[in-house]
Write a protein that binds this ligand. Structure first.
Ligand code: ASP
Length: 378
């Protein structure tokens, strides 16, 4: 005869789960504590009275804080303050205690060296504040990857630092800012997000600052890491990282104290390229030039000769590519050893520019050391 199904008493199930979650794993008589879980879940694992972490939201402006103009197309970035952003997303209160501070109120096309420094110094202080468990930075998407990369190279951090923005301003149909902000706070509040690089969280996707790029002018799925893929995903239920956190491989620089940072120009290569833009950059006092080259960081013979001349005069030349994916390798079609050039590897021109500025600000002119910084070798 079939016996009627008797559910386990609830208390036993919860108790068992709690035991499994909290007790160290015992393997063949050895007690071994697992490293940080790479997933944080919402219910049913969490106690009812969750002790919510304090998350600091630093606002800088951007479309996420914009205002639609009413014609269905236009909007103005950086119109709303941080309290407005937070009050538009009541669900944030379920995730964390929120503190909001404004750093700037700009469209990120106007991001400046002075604001970058101010933001970095502020975050460095917050890193020392034990009451704050994670940091979220709201930012325009246009230059978000540069700010993320800059912060990742100047702040030695343990706490999650998460950048977030929006592609559709408040007032648009299906504005993405509120959901992105909620996901960013979820990630910043997650213990699994500690000891990670600076992150960009947009549209369910978690990306690292080194490889994230804006890839589409208008799509909500604009940020991608075309070489390496996302490092995790976030949805209503969970924050998931694909791999455990690893020690940072990049060199950490002192935050520049003087602005503007050393002048580094980006020169975009094209058909019928001549020497003029390179010579102009040198005349304007560029200490470094990033070539947004064709293909594997290449350019016309005329432009190449101008770059060689600049390198001989002490300007640091970094070959990057105008192509969005792949690496620029040393000594393939262009002889970097002979010409004293640097290969940008997987850094796009705008990130290569930031790294070279940090190196120059650090008085680094040794080409071997500079190449090592681009290759992430100590
Ligand atoms: N121009 C805006 C900005 O970067 C675009 C955006 O936020 O998506 O501030």
């Amino acid at each position: 005869m079939l016996r009627p199904f008797t559910p386990l008493p609830k208390i036993t199930l919860i108790g068992t789960l709690a035991y499994l979650c909290l007790s160290p794993l015992t393997v063949s008589g050895f007690s071994k504590t697992l490293p940080h879980s790479t997933t944080t879940m919402a219910s049913p694992m969490q106690p009812a009275e969750k002790n919510k972490p304090m998350i600091l939201i630093l606002t800088t402006g951007g479309t996420i804080a914009g205002q639609a103009s009413g014609n269905g197309i236009g909007y103005t970035a950086a119109k709303q303050d941080g309290n407005h952003l937070v009050s538009a997303v009541p669900a944030l209160q379920n995730e964390a205690e929120i503190k909001v501070e404004s750093v700037s109120q700009i469209g990120s096309q106007d991001m400046s060296d002075a604001i970058l420094s101010k933001l970095a110094k502020h975050i460095q202080k917050v890193e020392q504040d034990p009451t704050i468990k994670g940091i979220v930075i709201t930012h325009g998407t246009d230059t978000m990857e540069e700010t993320a990369f800059f912060l990742n190279n100047v702040i030695r951090h343990e706490k999650p630092i998460v950048m977030v923005g929006a592609m559709r301003a408040p007032g648009y149909v299906s504005a993405d800012g509120p959901a992105n902000l909620l996901q960013a706070v979820k990630v910043a509040a997650s213990p699994a997000a500690m000891h990670r690089p600076v992150m960009i969280v947009m549209n369910d996707t978690i990306l690292d600052a080194h490889s994230a790029q804006k890839m589409n002018t208008t799509s909500v799925q604009t940020f991608q890491s075309p070489n390496s893929g996302p490092i995790g995903i976030v949805n209503e239920a969970q924050v998931r990282f694909f791999h455990p956190a690893q020690p940072a491989m990049n060199r950490i620089f002192a935050i520049p104290t003087t602005t503007p940072f050393p002048r580094v120009d980006i020169i975009y290569s094209h058909v019928q390229m001549d020497a003029a833009p390179i010579e102009d950059a040198v005349k304007r006092g560029a200490k470094g030039i990033i070539l947004a080259g064709v293909g594997n960081g290449n350019t016309s013979s005329e432009a190449l000769n101008a770059l060689k001349k600049a390198a001989n005069n002490g300007v640091i030349i970094v070959r990057a590519s105008r192509v969005a994916t792949g690496f620029v390798d040393r000594n393939v079609e262009v002889d970097d050893d002979k010409n004293h050039f640097i290969a940008a590897e997987d850094l796009n021109p705008q990130k290569a520019r930031i790294l070279l500025q940090l190196l120059l600000n650090n008085k680094e002119t040794n080409l071997i050391h500079i190449q090592k910084a681009f290759s992430k070798i100590d």
